[in-house]
Design a protein around this ligand. Structure first.
Ligand code: PLP
Length: 461
């Protein structure tokens, strides 16, 4: 495309970039939000304004935006071997070391790693492995996958299908027929007035059992869950939820895929949320904080049992005909290894345990704000749910755009937060200090006050 006059950065963006998860019309009207550089947990826009990055990018930049050791690890590996591949049995040391380290730190039995570039790909691969595995062990019908409403697992055809959010399906002709969905464990949204959380959990268990019977246990290969749902509005499972779900899966020989793409690497206050919630995954996916998001890398971990069946399949078929060009990319692997080393040296789990109570108590205090129906969270992830009536728990019409307004006011006050569904999410870099958490909470509080003023002026409350 040729332009008569040179365009500025924003105009060039609008002219050329197709933005993920963006309303193009609104973006054209408002212009893009261009970030220029980062320092610690802060980023600076193109005009030099500083923002506390309260979402760590996309729930991901765990070590903030200026960790020199990650840049050095990348530079070192670039100089030594900038690219190599692992098809056909070829290998390299950063990939081997990373796989070994992941096998050490993940729950027992997850000893084999399939690398890719993104969380979506890792979850997509998990679906394919369920099918491949069941074909090897002669269970040709056991192919359906169960996701959950509000769950988010990515955007590929399979991971998008497992996702339980309507916009991810709309007009993309998803979900695939093999994917079915069960309830979101959100007591706030779906608990009945006279129901305790125990009764709610039991009802969800019964509903999953019902779905399994309806579809036929012999047809269901796997169940996938984020331990804490992120994009669905930061849904923290009620006590007893996974204790109720896991035995049902076991009883019907349904594989349990745990999506730790957000929760992995200390986010919930343990190295993996599988430890927080005592999960026993057959497969686990991770990405984002695996490399502090400095470079794209994801991993799918699988048990010995699954690996053995896949291995048999590779012999039968002549090869395991799956893999991507950048699997275990040596520079990404080197950066991931350095990230894991930093987590260990700086006791990131202990740090999260130490500072998280400040975030959670601050979010808890916002429960009294007139606009907040519920505040929730665990570790260094949380959200406040916007409501027009605390008693009725009614959401604002999404067309009013109140969540987006609160998000934009937070940015105005120097804090980047994210509106997901009817909630305002927070998920800062794990290196955040208590003083910085205070600053984040103040920005959120001021943005909620602005939202309330706006809603009152518009006559929405
Ligand atoms: N799974 C979860 C829980 C996620 O939050 C995301 C992305 O936010 C994904 C999977 C997809 O990861 P990616 O965007 O790297 O494909």
């Amino acid at each position: 495309m040729n332009h008569p006059r040179p365009l500025d950065l924003a105009q060039r963006d609008l002219a050329y970039i197709v933005h993920p998860y963006t309303n193009f019309k609104t973006n054209e009207a408002n212009g893009p939000f261009i970030i220029d550089r980062g320092e610690g947990i802060y980023v600076y826009d193109a005009d030099g304004r500083r923002y506390l990055e309260g979402m760590a990018g996309l729930w991901s930049a765990s070590l903030g935006f200026s960790e020199p050791r990650l840049a050095e690890a990348a530079a070192k590996q670039f100089a030594r071997l900038p690219y190599s591949q692992i098809f056909g049995g070829r290998s390299h040391e950063p990939g081997i070391q990373l796989a070994e380290e992941l096998a050490k730190i993940t729950p027992d039995g997850l000893n084999h790693v399939l690398f890719a570039n993104s969380g979506s790909e890792a979850n997509d691969a998990a679906c394919k492995i369920v099918w491949y595995y069941n074909n090897q062990i002669g269970r040709k019908a056991k192919k359906k996958l169960v996701g959950r409403y509000f769950g988010y697992h990515g955007i590929t055809v399979a991971s998008g299908s497992l996702t339980g959010l309507a916009p991810v399906h709309a007009d993309f002709d998803l979900p695939l027929d093999r994917m079915v969905h069960t309830d979101a464990p959100s007591y706030y949204h779906f608990g009945k007035a006279d129901e305790t959380t125990e009764q709610f959990v039991a009802r969800l268990g019964a509903s999953l059992e019902e779905l399994i019977q309806r579809e036929g246990p012999e047809n269901i290969g796997a169940f996938i869950a984020e331990p804490v749902m992120g994009a669905g509005g930061v849904i923290v499972p009620p006590p007893g939820y996974f204790e109720c779900i896991q035995p049902i899966l076991k009883k019907h020989d349904i594989l349990f895929i745990v999506d730790e793409v957000i929760t992995g690497f200390a986010r919930t206050g343990e190295l993996f949320a599988s430890y927080t919630y005592n999960l026993k995954p057959d497969m686990m996916t991770m990405a984002k904080a695996l490399s502090s998001s400095y470079l794209p890398i994801s991993a799918l971990m699988m048990t010995d049992k699954i690996y053995q069946a896949v291995s048999d399949g590779s012999a039968k078929n002549g090869a395991f005909a799956h893999g991507v060009t950048y699997a275990a990319h040596p520079v990404c692997a080197a950066v991931a290894l350095e990230t894991l080393a930093i987590y260990k040296e700086r006791n990131i789990v202990d740090h999260v345990k130490k500072v998280a109570p400040r975030l959670q108590s601050g979010l808890g205090a916002l429960q009294n704000h007139p606009l907040v129906g519920e505040s929730r969270g665990v570790g260094l992830i949380g959200a406040v749910e916007l409501t027009r009536s605390k008693k009725e728990k009614t959401a604002f019409d999404s067309k009013l755009g109140l969540g987006a307004y609160v998000q934009s006011r937070a940015a105005h006050h120097g804090v980047i937060l994210r509106n997901v569904k009817d909630a305002i999410a927070v998920c800062p870099p794990l290196i955040i200090t208590e003083a910085e958490i205070e600053e984040l909470l103040q920005g959120l509080h001021r943005a909620l006050d602005d939202g309330l003023d706006h809603a009152r002026k518009q006559g929405w409350v």
